[in-house]
Design a protein around this ligand. Structure first.
Ligand code: F6P
Length: 550
């Protein structure tokens, strides 16, 4: 289902003209002209609230953006995904992470696979296993209960479980310590191994393919460490301490993990969409199966909203279209994510993979070059920390960067005063980005403090804030398994919608292959008998330096 070039569509042309007409209208002016912007440009769904009033849009802009989505066949594409059509065309795969969080009925069958039956059968295994570990019934080889879980994985097999476990910290089992190892840099694994006891540690080897170099190297090192440092350990003891989450039964068995200790998933689950699958095993271990099902239910609530709500009242659609508006009409090149919740500090890096690995593409589904830009750069950090680091650039720098503020109305902690201070900062920043501070306001303020005119004139440009910098604010009552599930699903569907508008395949990631192949060649050159090098002079030089040091 390929699309005509984006910039030849009627909606693009109309939006282009509309942009020229409204681009100089500031957010201040838009708010002054319409006191009902908050009511008009906000929406609730699946326990989340989105205020998008502080964006450079009018009702007309939004209407034209919805027309664009319709012209790009969004509704039909959305249905195709939920029905299990092979929309990942370069890998000939369906895209069914939504099925991982759907109830067992109505049943879904794709390509002869009883998808819902298989999903719920694996969930039952996750329930039994996590209950046994959490209750202390599952014992390590020497009879000790498990106290430490080490998730070894990278990309989607790390970022999701790590981010969710951290976000749901208050729900974590009091006697289970969660660790995440991803980097091939031995320091990552080493730092964890020095903290844990082999007799009471469970390694979860999480890899969809079970071939990813970093994960395999870490898994083998962990296995060797276990066999070396454990107390009178036999190979057969591995089954009490190593489990796998993968789609590759052969690879798991070859590694020496008991197939009974393998939690499967399927090729229609993309790595960056896999936290809902067995890849969420570490999450279920940390927060318990019941909470894990609440997490799935929160995402399902957002799926139901996304699938059924008209585009005009559809939160992921709105978030996506605003992103397209800025990327393709204002030429804003990055999006900053600012969670005002410490436990969401890994959320920006999670979104980096979700958005940039999905839509960081420059060819359309039919292989032709895109005629417009696609995914912006996603980056960010928690508030209020970011305020004291890079917010200067956001307020007064040369580029305009839209910001997604994410906050909870209530805190996960009980410390008096902190939550009000946190929210005050969050709301103040979006107000400051929107309003700015004009030269007249700065002058009046300085005059009131009797600053000499000469000094006012010198400082005025430095102390003026241009404002008119857009942001969204996403609020939820509290950070719970359900609200977190809904939040992640919101961004997943946003990414899907943008992929449809840009006409890219949001579900492959060929761009990571080249570096992997070259790294494997260079590894051979670093570790085997030195042979003449045939790279460019820079790469040859670097390899020679490493050869001398290793
Ligand atoms: O970086 C490429 C990638 O394939 C990601 O898409 C994926 O999440 C990650 O590597 C890990 O892959 P695997 O789960 O197969 O080890």
């Amino acid at each position: 289902m390929s699309q005509p070039s984006f910039n030849t569509t009627a909606a693009f042309q109309a939006l282009h003209a509309h942009h020229a007409a409204i681009k100089d209208k500031s957010l201040r002016e838009l708010f002054a002209a319409d006191p009902s912007r908050f009511e008009q440009f906000s929406i609730k769904a699946a326990g989340l609230f989105l205020d998008y009033a502080k964006n450079n849009v009018t009702a007309d802009t939004m209407a034209q953006l919805f027309a664009l989505a319709r012209e790009r066949q969004l509704e039909a594409r959305r249905e195709a995904m939920f029905r299990g059509e092979k929309i990942n065309t370069t890998e000939h795969r369906a895209v069914l992470h939504t099925a991982l969080r759907a109830p067992s009925l109505p049943a879904l069958e794709v390509d002869g696979q009883q998808v819902s039956v298989d999903v719920h059968a694996v969930l039952q295994r996750i329930q039994a296993f996590t209950t046994a570990i959490r209750s202390g019934e599952w014992l390590g080889h020497s009879g000790k209960p498990i106290t430490d879980i080490v998730n070894i994985g990278i990309g989607g097999s790390d970022l999701g479980p790590k981010m969710v476990c951290q976000a749901l910290r208050p729900y974590q089992h009091a006697h289970l310590n969660m660790h995440f190892v991803s980097n091939v840099d031995g320091d990552d694994l080493d730092a964890v191994l020095t903290q844990v006891d082999p007799q009471s540690t469970l390694f979860v080897i999480a890899s969809k393919t079970f071939t990813t170099a970093e994960t395999m190297m870490n898994a083998h090192s962990a296995r060797n460490w276990f066999l070396r440092t454990g107390n009178d350990v036999q190979e057969s003891d591995l089954r009490k301490h190593f489990v796998a989450v993968s789609t590759n039964l052969e690879g798991v068995t070859a590694f020496g993990i008991d197939p009974a200790n393998m939690f499967p998933f399927w090729d229609w689950v993309g790595g960056r969409y896999s936290v809902w699958s067995s890849i969420g095993l570490s999450v279920a271990l940390a927060i318990g199966f019941e909470r894990f099902t609440e997490f799935l239910a929160g995402a399902h609530a957002m799926d139901t909203h996304f699938r059924n709500a008209p585009l005009e009242q559809n939160m992921p659609v709105i978030l996506a279209l605003l992103g397209v508006w800025y990327r393709n009409f204002f030429d804003y090149r990055s999006l900053s994510i600012a969670p005002y919740h410490q436990d969401l500090s890994n959320f920006p890096s999670y979104l980096q993979q979700l958005e940039m690995e999905s839509n960081g593409k420059r060819v359309s589904l039919d292989g032709s070059m895109l005629d417009v830009a696609s995914c912006p750069i996603i980056w960010g950090n928690v508030g209020t920390n970011g305020q004291h680091a890079y917010f200067q650039l956001l307020h007064q720098g040369s580029d305009i960067t839209p910001v997604d503020f994410i906050a909870t109305l209530t805190a996960s902690n009980q410390l008096p005063g902190h939550q009000a201070a946190l929210l005050a900062n969050c709301f103040a920043q979006s107000e400051a980005f929107m309003r700015g501070k004009s030269a007249e306001e700065v002058r009046a303020e300085m005059q009131a403090k009797n600053v000499p005119t000469e000094e006012i004139d010198a400082l005025l440009p430095h102390r003026t804030f241009p404002g008119n910098r857009p942001s969204n604010t996403i609020l939820m009552t509290a950070l719970t398994p359900a609200s977190l599930g809904a939040l992640i699903a919101l961004y997943e569907h946003k990414v899907f919608v943008q992929g449809v508008i840009w006409d890219v395949n949001s579900f492959d990631q060929w761009g990571v292959e080249l570096g992997k192949v070259l790294a494997s060649n260079i590894l051979g050159e670093l570790t085997s008998t030195p042979a003449p090098l045939s790279h460019d002079s820079s790469t040859n030089g670097l390899i020679e330096m490493a050869r001398a040091a290793l």
